[in-house]
Ligand binder design. Structure first.
Ligand SMILES: [Zn+2]
Length: 493
């Protein structure tokens, strides 16, 4: 285990954890949001972030502070905590973003790490190379090599109690992201930002974002705290948490407010177009949309930023509650309906069901089947694997109905879409207590048929009969020929 991070609870790939930040003397519960503070203009001051919004941690940019004579002097003299007036933990970025935007910066990793330590940062960042998506493999590899050299410099530097992050790069090449994750894991660095994903999110490429995170996680291992660098829209938090992200930073709350954009968990709305405010934060209960629109510029921006932050923190709390209750994937399914590209993201998440299954609890409250994607959840995969280990009698009836035809079978097992067959002894155990719609869809039937097939393939000598109710031919095709069939819809009472 990494000393600074402890897992408390998991659901799918999501987790509630505790990040201990020794220099700040605080423990931050994850998933956590780090509001981004621009040291030159704070829309909502750090003290207010702590007192009103409950922010335990924020992020600001040490490179901007370093490059501004006034700010640099003040930060060196007063320390970052007093200068910003923030009681929680402060993470600092290093100028990597500026490097990716402008092509060069005028500090080295050694200099900026030493500066971050001098000004009292709690979590520092080396100058990594944020490689954009879709670049040539040669470039991605060369950039990654430079990033890894910087991480080794950071690893060797004297950073005292300050935590240091180890960004994971590799563009859109999963094998490079995995390799980068493994390299970062091999250092003594503490927090692991998955870098350069902002262009993916700006282009709504949530599917590619999930592949990138999944690859980085394979390299990093389970106990590494993962920061999705630059991800601040609450719409995608549940999805990213389910893939195993622990930290998010939001500049979005302020940037969107500046453009009169109102954040919701289902996407962004233009203030201009809103007739009703779908939120019960103080801003939204005290103003009508017309009143908000009529406010003078700085005040409107500040009110919108406050709403945007409220909705963002509320989503983090909702996600934590979902992890505790064991229904994070149900929340992801809801969020996936907000935008077709979010649905692509969720479907891609389910491509990694085997990876998620490793941290998914064996038992939870109850499994709700709420979309045909539910048929690909990690619980279904796990049940299919379990079928390979169950003892099967010589002759066995598998039936979708409680009232099964009598045929002198050695035993009768229920078939529950989307899981497939299970013995009576398991009937009260998760996930077989699932709530499934009466109008079962084809994906659930197909997954159940795959369960029957798995049982048949593992037990080639057993005599299996499947009693289904009007399953379509395309679903029945998934069941091996050796399994007998009874259609209860045709033959039943
Ligand atoms: Zn609101």
């Amino acid at each position: 285990m990494r000393e600074c991070f402890e897992l408390r609870d998991t659901d799918a790939g999501g987790r509630i954890g505790e990040l201990t930040v020794p220099r700040a003397g605080v423990t931050v519960e994850t998933p956590a949001l780090l509001p981004v503070i621009n040291p030159n203009l704070d829309t909502i001051g750090p003290r207010r972030l702590a007192d009103e919004f409950g922010a335990e941690i924020l992020i600001t940019n040490s490179y901007i502070i370093h490059g501004d004579d006034d700010l640099r002097e003040r930060a060196l003299e007063e320390g970052l905590h007093d200068m910003l007036d923030f009681p929680g933990a402060i993470m600092t970025d290093s100028g990597s973003f500026q490097l990716s935007e402008y092509g060069e910066i005028d500090v080295t990793t050694e200099e900026i790490l030493a500066f971050q330590r001098e000004i009292g940062s709690d979590i520092a960042t080396p100058v990594d190379i944020p490689t954009p998506p879709d670049v040539s493999r040669e470039r991605a590899e060369a950039d990654l090599e430079t990033t890894q050299e910087r991480l080794e410099i950071a690893d060797a530097a004297d950073t005292g109690e300050m935590l240091v992050s180890a960004p994971v790069q590799g563009s859109t090449y999963p094998d490079l992201r995995e390799r980068a994750g493994r390299h970062a894991e091999g250092t003594d660095l503490d927090v692991f930002p998955v870098g350069a994903v902002v262009p993916l999110m700006n282009d709504y490429r949530y599917d590619d974002m999930i592949d990138v995170v999944a690859a980085a996680k394979r390299g990093l291992g389970a106990d590494a705290p993962v920061h999705l660098f630059g991800a601040g829209h609450p719409m995608m938090f549940a999805l990213a948490v389910a893939m195993g992200c622990d930290l998010f930073d939001s500049a979005a709350y302020a940037l969107y407010a500046r453009d009169d954009r109102y954040l919701t968990v289902r996407g962004t709305r233009a203030l201009e177009e809103i007739e009703y405010l779908p939120c019960s934060c103080a801003v939204c209960t005290e103003h009508s949309p017309d009143e908000l629109r009529a406010l003078p510029d700085p005040e409107r921006e500040s009110e919108l930023a406050a709403h945007n932050l409220h909705v963002t923190f509320a989503e983090i709390r909702r996600i934590k509650q979902a992890i505790r209750a064991g229904n994070l994937l149900e929340l992801v399914e809801q969020r996936a309906r907000a935008h077709p590209t979010m649905l692509d993201g969720y479907r891609t998440l389910l491509d990694h069901a085997a990876q998620l299954e490793r941290s998914d609890p064996v038992s939870k409250g109850s499994f709700f089947y709420t979309s045909h994607e539910s048929a690909r959840r990690p619980e279904v995969l796990r049940h299919h694997r379990r079928l390979e280990r169950l003892a099967v009698p010589d002759s066995l009836l598998l039936t979708v109905d409680r009232s099964a035809p009598d045929g002198g079978y050695d035993d009768v097992w229920r078939v529950q879409p989307p899981f497939g067959p299970f013995p009576r002894a398991l009937s009260k155990s998760y996930p077989l207590t699932a709530e499934v719609p009466e109008r079962t869809d084809r994906a659930a039937l197909a997954a159940a048929a795959d369960g029957v097939a798995r049982l048949a393939e593992t037990n080639p000598d057993a005599e299996l009969t499947l009693a289904h109710r009007g399953w379509p031919a395309g679903v029945l095709e998934r069941v091996p020929d050796g399994v007998g069939r009874i259609d209860l819809a045709a033959d039943g009472p």
